[in-house]
Design a protein around this ligand. Structure first.
Ligand SMILES: NC(=O)c1ccc[n+]([C@@H]2O[C@H](COP(=O)([O-])OP(=O)(O)OC[C@H]3O[C@@H](n4cnc5c(N)ncnc54)[C@H](OP(=O)(O)O)[C@@H]3O)[C@@H](O)[C@H]2O)c1
Length: 261
């Protein structure tokens, strides 16, 4: 099986920590040159230093705030002028939890911008170089909520659904150029995002975080949370030559929790 990403350039979004950084780590191990994207420059610098360079990979970063679409456009357009992109991982921070009826118009608008519109800007910027190379992999980190919506994650779930439809239509359009577009649907994965969701629930219910954590884990067939590296491994496979005929799918990586086929 050909998993080598030597000579391939990847842009991994939301990658200064958590799932994004774990994906970058796996792509780098397979030989990819990784460009990380997030808001905090110091964290990005530290993250780049953790990536494997045994195969003389060149890593770097772009600072951009995904709530500012002009900022993202500028950063990616400058980048593609000198670096063709073969792999794009769309990922960013998740919207705050809450109900549909209490969500503000601004929360919806911002989440659509940060998730859907930014994906669109990035895809439009990188697809030309993917076409030219005859190799492209677009991987969107979404959520299992596109299969079974999660009560209490109203804005997040709504925008995830939109991203999944966008992704499928894009897959239909670009497959003919050997560009695949697939989604990873993380279940509960040990990151800062998960910790803040646990603490938020614990506070609302007036119980300890341990109680919430235990209950959540009991609801997962594997009785544990996922490691970010377990998500990274699936993304690395999808990015590789070996996954050349996997296109337009959504893969839950959730220890079996999603109760749908
Ligand atoms: N962890 C889970 O259990 C889980 C489950 C289902 C879905 N997900 C989804 O998977 C995605 C990644 O989750 P995670 O747990 O890895 O999250 P995380 O630990 O909060 O990491 C989020 C990353 O995105 C960056 N980011 C946040 N806001 C940004 C912005 N406005 N512009 C640019 N970059 C931004 C952060 O860096 P900066 O702060 O420096 O910008 C960080 O690198 C999220 O959308 C999350 O909702 C996670």
């Amino acid at each position: 099986m050909n998993l080598s990403l030597e000579g391939k350039n990847a842009v991994i979004c939301g990658s200064s920590q958590g799932i994004g950084l774990a994906i970058a780590a796996e792509l780098a191990l397979l030989g990819a040159n990784c460009t990380l994207m997030a808001r905090n420059e110091e964290t990005l610098q530290a993250a780049v230093k953790t990536l494997d360079i045994a195969l003389r990979q060149q890593h770097g970063y772009l600072v951009a705030d995904f709530t500012n679409t002009e900022n993202v456009k500028q950063a990616i357009r400058q980048h593609v002028q000198h670096t063709p992109v073969h792999i794009l991982v769309n990922n960013t921070g998740g919207p705050a939890p809450g109900s549909v009826l209490t969500a503000t118009e601004e929360a919806f608008t911002q989440a659509f911008k940060q998730h859907l519109i930014v994906n669109q800007i990035l895809a439009q910027a990188v697809v030309p170089s993917m076409k030219e190379a005859g190799y492209g992999r677009i991987i969107n980190i979404i959520s299992t909520s596109i299969r079974i919506p999660i009560t209490g994650l109203a804005v997040s779930g709504t925008v995830r659904g939109a991203v999944a439809v966008w992704s499928k239509i894009l897959a239909n359009e670009v497959g003919q150029f050997n560009i695949t577009v697939n989604n990873i649907l993380p279940g509960s994965t040990k990151t800062q995002r998960l910790e803040s969701l646990i603490q938020n629930t614990a506070q609302k219910r007036g119980v300890s975080r341990e109680v919430v954590e235990h209950e959540m884990q009991q609801d997962i067939p594997m009785k544990r949370f996922g490691e970010a590296s377990e998500l990274g491994a699936v993304a690395a496979f999808l990015a590789s030559p070996a996954a050349s005929y996997v296109n337009g799918v959504s893969i839950p990586v959730d220890g079996g929790k999603t109760g749908a086929l």
